[in-house]
Design a binder for this molecule. Structure first.
Ligand code: ADP
Ligand code: MG
Length: 258
């Protein structure tokens, strides 16, 4: 049994590796024999296109779940990654933030939708947009745990107090059991003194939460989505695939601890 089954990958900064990590960790979970639902909650839809799902062929997106309250089950599609299914996103989601604002139950819509499919999957991984608005609030309310990806750079900790404050607020208001499952350090380069000292700062800020394996900078990781593939399939024997496999193992240990 999973203690933590629904995990969102959140950080209001863009370009820190939320999508890359959500997609590749979902793929590693699939490869480990888990049945995974990946939820793309970013209007940019990078997780959707990165998994080879063609937006033109979709019958609907997460927008229809949040705004039209359509059945989530009817909108989930298979992906290029084995064992991974997707609730896609699309550009219509740009408007959802405003449209949700004056709706009833505006923070719990994703939670309610995911409750209806929770038992069908071993893991539900949510890729968040780079903001702390209603879309991200919906994902935090719906989740059992949060994974925070961040870059191993000087400015990485700046702004994180807003994210941790939002998590605290959500715990207080509606999701008391929401857990910080882990912090994933991305673009790590052990040859640089700066990244090593930044890593020390990150460890102090999130004691005990950092995944042991950081994700290295890798051109293969950034190329894979342009082929609609995960790095696990695109460059099986590369260092990026190895790092994501190690992090996924650690993530499963943390989530399935009973
Ligand atoms: P976010 O979802 O947080 O905005 P992305 O996952 O889209 O961030 O990553 C931002 C950009 O950086 C993308 O072009 C991605 O391919 C690239 N990228 C992310 N992680 C790595 C990495 N470890 N090595 C090389 N490029 C990376
Ligand atoms: Mg993204």
């Amino acid at each position: 049994m999973n203690n933590y089954k629904i995990l969102c990958f959140a950080n209001q900064k863009g370009g820190v590796g939320k999508t890359t990590s959500a997609v590749n960790i979902a793929a590693c979970l699939g490869r480990a024999g888990k049945k995974v639902l990946l939820v793309d909650s970013d209007p940019q839809g990078n997780a959707t296109s990165g998994l080879g799902v063609r937006k033109k062929e979709l019958t609907g997106t997460i927008y229809d779940v949040l705004i039209e309250e359509k059945q989530i089950r009817d909108l989930i599609v298979p992906t290029s990654a084995s064992g991974v299914f997707l609730l896609p996103s699309g550009i219509d989601l740009v408007g959802a933030e405003l449209e949700l604002a004056d709706q009833p139950r505006r923070e719990t819509r994703l939670r309610k939708a995911l409750e209806s499919v929770r038992d069908d999957y071993d893991y539900i991984i949510i890729d968040c947009p780079p903001a702390l608005g209603l879309l991200t609030v919906n994902t935090l309310v719906a989740s059992d745990g949060v994974v925070i990806p961040l870059l191993c750079e000087y400015y990485s900790l700046e702004g994180l107090s807003q994210l941790t404050a939002t998590i605290r607020q959500i715990r207080k208001r509606s999701n008391p059991d929401l857990e910080l499952v882990g912090v994933l350090v991305n673009l790590f380069d052990g040859r640089l003194n700066l990244t090593v000292s930044v890593l020390e700062e990150i460890k102090k800020y999130f004691p005990g939460k950092i995944f042991r394996t950081p994700i290295p900078r890798s051109v293969r990781i950034s190329e894979a989505p342009s082929y609609g593939m995960t790095v696990i399939d695109y460059d099986k024997n590369g260092k990026g695939a190895a790092a994501y496999a190690a992090v996924t193992k650690e993530l499963m240990d943390r989530c399935e601890r009973s």
